[in-house]
Design a protein around this ligand. Structure first.
Ligand code: ZN
Length: 359
């Protein structure tokens, strides 16, 4: 079967097999996850995955396969959340760093912090130790250095940003592969957007696997601080599809879309995000609120560095799907949204831009 029809369009046909899995999947996921929106996102994501594998799975084993897929997806989400939580007390607030000697941190983390400190330039390290360990105030430190407390505070803030980068590098066991990595990660960590542009950090993140991984952690920490209406989701693995989907739903709700439209938007987002995971392995999805000519809506941009799409025109026609004919494909995503633009350079990558406007 080669079709781009969304699941459920034809309950009597082959898709009916997949739709019939939904109640079971809701039970499996619902037993492990409380939030009903998250349950629905995980169910939809499982379904998409099962459909993609459909032709390779024995129909009798489909419910079993679906249930295992759902549980794996729940587990990978949980692992992601645990990892973010276990580090959050160290990385969330600068004040959390104020007494590394006070036995607040577990031994393992103290060791990681020491190793990270050792990677900093001596001036930064001295500054942090003086302030955070010896409790010296910025005024005294400024006097000793012939500068102003404001300048010391700014340098401390940059030093902390560098420390967060070094901490994550040590914790993840990553040695930055290029000279561009550390400056890029530091600019990202400090939130210095001018510096990020100078260094083309976005471009670097799409090319450098090590930095993409670290930025993922940095991004999770910084997320609450970013502009609420612009959400950036780095995409490199399956769980990211669900995250992109959830963020899309949140922004759509913020814009004022109905519950039904929120679901359609979320589905279009998971469709284009899944393509990034499957074909490019690395990229990002940026979701934001837009207003233009008196209209309000949502914009979703998925960018990747990957093989690109050889025949972009054909990719946009029904019946053609890069996903073994069973995903909605780009035409499906376009039907769910108001506008979809595809910009792909073979050998370089693909950018998909979608808009949906409030009625
Ligand atoms: Zn790098």
């Amino acid at each position: 079967m080669v079709t781009d029809a969304p699941p459920g369009d034809d309950p009597s046909g082959e898709d009916g097999v997949f739709v019939a899995l939904v109640p079971m999947l809701r039970r499996v996921v619902g037993a492990r996850v409380k939030d009903p929106h998250t349950v629905e996102d995980l169910v939809q994501e499982t379904l998409a995955r099962v459909m993609a594998a459909g032709s390779r799975v024995d129909p009798d084993l489909l419910p079993h396969y679906a249930s295992v897929t759902a549980r794996n997806l729940v587990a990978s989400m949980a692992e992601k959340n645990d990892r973010a939580r276990s580090r959050s007390h160290l990385l969330a607030e600068p004040t959390d760093m104020e007494s590394p000697a006070a036995d607040v941190l577990r031994q393992e983390q103290r060791e990681l912090v020491s190793a990270a400190l050792a990677q900093l330039p001596a001036a930064d390290r001295d500054l942090l130790v003086e302030h955070e360990v010896h409790g010296e105030d910025t005024k005294t430190m400024a006097a000793g250095r012939g500068t102003t407390p404001g300048a010391v505070a700014a340098r401390l803030s940059r030093a902390r940003a560098s420390l967060r980068v070094e901490y994550l590098l040590v914790a993840e066991g990553i040695e930055p592969p290029t000279d561009r990595c550390r400056p890029a990660l530091r600019a990202l960590s400090s939130g210095d957007q001018r510096r990020q542009r100078e260094l083309d950090v976005r471009g670097h993140l799409l090319e450098c696997e090590a930095c993409a991984r670290i930025s993922h952690e940095l991004f999770e920490r910084r997320e609450p601080a970013t502009d609420e209406s612009v959400v950036r989701v780095p995409v490199s693995r399956d769980a990211d599809v669900v995250v992109a989907r959830q963020k899309g739903r949140e922004v759509a709700a913020e814009v004022g879309f109905s519950a039904v439209d929120q679901t359609l938007i979320a589905t279009a987002i998971s469709e284009i995000t899944r393509n990034v995971v499957k074909f490019a392995e690395r990229g990002e999805v940026v979701i934001c609120l837009v207003s233009a000519e008196g209209r309000r809506g949502i914009r979703v941009v998925a960018r990747d560095v990957g093989p690109g799409i050889e025949d972009a025109e054909r990719a946009m026609t029904d019946g053609y799907s890069t996903y073994h004919g069973l995903g909605l494909g780009l035409p499906g995503a376009r039907r769910l949204m108001d506008e979809l633009e595809l910009d792909s350079v073979p050998g370089e990558g693909t950018t998909v831009t979608m808009h949906k406007w409030l009625p």
